[in-house]
Design a protein around this ligand. Structure first.
Ligand SMILES: NC(=O)c1ccc[n+]([C@@H]2O[C@H](COP(=O)([O-])OP(=O)(O)OC[C@H]3O[C@@H](n4cnc5c(N)ncnc54)[C@H](O)[C@@H]3O)[C@@H](O)[C@H]2O)c1
Length: 170
């Protein structure tokens, strides 16, 4: 029996590839939430053309907490891969609040239901931009995160890492 994995942003660049690989394998069944704010609603069709299999996408904004709850009620998830975020550095400098709201509230909404519905596994997609331009390369998990982030985008990822760390420890 395949384990269900919820992919937020499952119709985006990375999420659609993960869904495709899961459909080709025999271990995981992808379920996606994506509101197509940076992707196309034709993505599940395109993945179906490549794999012969289809994955379900819920066209839900992750900021809509009650709509999100329904997805957790309908499925028993083994894991969650949280990819959904706005990711343009220049846009984040122009519209910081939009980035903080989308990337941070989406994350806390998702974590709230991971906790309530006891989802065992979580992957959070951060960004190497958190290490800053001055970092010594190559960076790894031990590399220090920059104190002062260069963009609101990378700051949402830094804050996101801290939220996930506290959530995991709680
Ligand atoms: N692509 C890269 O090279 C790269 C590098 C480092 C980190 N990341 C991170 O990986 C993740 C995925 O990146 P990507 O390149 O696939 O981005 P992407 O924009 O292609 O995919 C993100 C998806 O999330 C969806 N989304 C965003 N906000 C949403 C919301 N509130 N509700 C529902 N759906 C929402 C978008 O419609 C989009 O389809 C992002 O968090 C990004 O910051 C990407």
């Amino acid at each position: 029996m395949k384990k269900k994995v919820l992919i937020t942003g499952g119709c985006g660049y990375i999420g659609s590839q993960i869904a495709l690989e899961m459909l080709r394998g025999d271990k995981f069944e992808p379920v996606s939430i994506d509101n197509f704010c940076n992707s196309s609603s034709t993505i599940p069709d395109q993945v179906q053309n490549l794999t012969g299999k289809r994955y379900k996408n819920y066209n839900i904004n992750l900021l809509a907490s009650e709509a999100l709850r329904v997805v957790f009620e309908e499925h028993e998830f083994y894991g969650l891969i949280h990819l959904a975020a706005l990711k343009s550095i220049p846009q984040s400098l122009k519209y910081p609040l939009k980035y903080y709201e989308n990337n941070i509230i989406s994350l806390t909404n998702v974590l709230k239901y991971c906790h309530e519905f006891k989802v065992p596994k979580l992957v959070f997609s951060s960004s190497c931009s958190v290490y800053g331009a001055e970092a010594e390369f190559p960076v790894d998990e031990q590399s220090p995160v920059a104190d002062r982030q260069a963009s609101s985008y990378s700051n949402t990822k830094k804050i996101g890492e801290e939220i996930v760390r506290d959530f995991s420890a709680g």
